[in-house]
Design a protein around this ligand. Structure first.
Ligand SMILES: [Zn+2]
Length: 237
C-alpha cells in the first residue's frame, strides 16, 4: 500500500542572511554665529536651523558637531596678509619648508575667532550636548575646510578616530557652508571609506546659485538625501 506521497521538499539548510550593519552618524558642520549672522554669513543660513535641530533629535548612533575655531592671526584671514577679502594667495603647510605643495587659499573676513561670540554655536543649538566636538583651523598657519583633515591632508582632526570608535558605516552631513566645509568633509568621508550622505535641505552655500559644489560631490560618490528621507530611514532602521 502506498502512503500519501510526501511533497517533494528538499531539505534546504537555513541560510543566515548576513544583514549589513547600518550605523548612521550625523556630522553638523559649523553652525556658528559668524556663518549664520556674523562676518561671513551664508545666505539663508537661518532657514536650516530648525531642520538641523530636527536631525539632531533623530536616532543617529552619534551626533558630532564641528566648529571653525581660529586664532586671531589665522592664515585664512585677509587681514593677516594685509590683502583684500575674497582674493586668493598661495599658502604652504608650516612643515613644508621647500614649499612643495602650495594651496590656493581664499582670503576671508575675520571669522570664528576661538572663544569669541562669532565662534559660538547659534543660540538654538548652543545647549545641545553633542557626542563629540571637532575644532578646525586652530593653528595659525593651517587651514582646514574638511572635518577630517587639513587642506594639505597632513594632519587629521579627532573625527576619523571618533567615527572608528562609533563603528559608523554611514555619515550624514548637514550645516554650513555647502560649497566649502560640507563639500570638503563629504568628499573626505568618501575617501575614508564611508557611505556618505549630504542632507540637502539642511545645507546652505556661499555661492547659493551655483551647482558646482554639488556636481563635484556627486562625481566623488557622495549621495544626496533630505530631512524626510532620513527621518523615514532612521525610524525603520
Ligand atoms: Zn575658517
Amino acid at each position: 500500500m502506498t502512503s500519501t506521497q510526501a511533497p517533494d521538499i528538499v531539505d534546504i539548510p537555513a541560510i543566515s542572511v548576513e544583514i549589513t550593519d547600518y550605523v548612521p552618524a550625523l556630522v553638523v558642520i559649523d553652525m556658528q554665529n559668524d556663518f549664520v549672522s556674523g562676518s561671513l554669513a551664508v545666505p539663508d543660513a537661518q532657514a536650516i536651523i530648525p531642520v538641523v535641530k530636527g536631525l539632531i533629535n533623530m536616532p543617529f548612533k552619534a551626533r558630532i558637531a564641528t566648529r571653525d575655531f581660529h586664532p586671531e592671526n589665522h592664515v585664512s584671514f585677509a587681514k593677516t596678509h594685509d590683502r583684500r577679502e575674497f582674493t586668493t594667495v598661495s599658502i604652504h603647510h608650516p612643515d613644508d619648508k621647500e614649499k612643495a605643495l602650495g594651496v590656493e587659499q581664499t582670503l576671508w573676513p575675520v571669522h570664528c575667532v576661538a572663544k569669541t561670540d562669532g565662534a559660538q554655536f547659534v543660540p538654538e543649538l548652543k545647549d545641545i550636548e553633542f557626542d563629540a566636538l571637532i575644532h578646525k583651523g586652530t593653528h595659525p598657519s593651517i587651514e582646514s575646510y574638511s572635518a577630517f583633515r587639513d587642506i594639505w591632508g597632513r594632519g587629521e582632526t579627532d573625527l576619523p578616530r571618533v567615527l572608528r570608535e562609533v563603528g559608523a558605516t554611514d555619515i550624514y552631513f548637514c550645516g554650513l557652508a555647502g560649497d566649502y566645509c560640507v563639500k570638503y568633509s563629504a568628499k573626505d568621508s568618501v575617501d575614508y571609506g564611508y557611505n556618505t550622505w549630504v542632507i540637502k535641505d539642511a545645507v546652505r552655500s556661499i555661492e547659493s546659485s551655483s551647482t558646482l559644489a554639488w556636481d563635484e560631490m556627486e562625481q566623488k560618490g557622495v549621495k544626496f538625501t533630505n530631512f524626510r528621507e532620513v527621518r523615514d530611514k532612521l525610524s525603520s532602521a
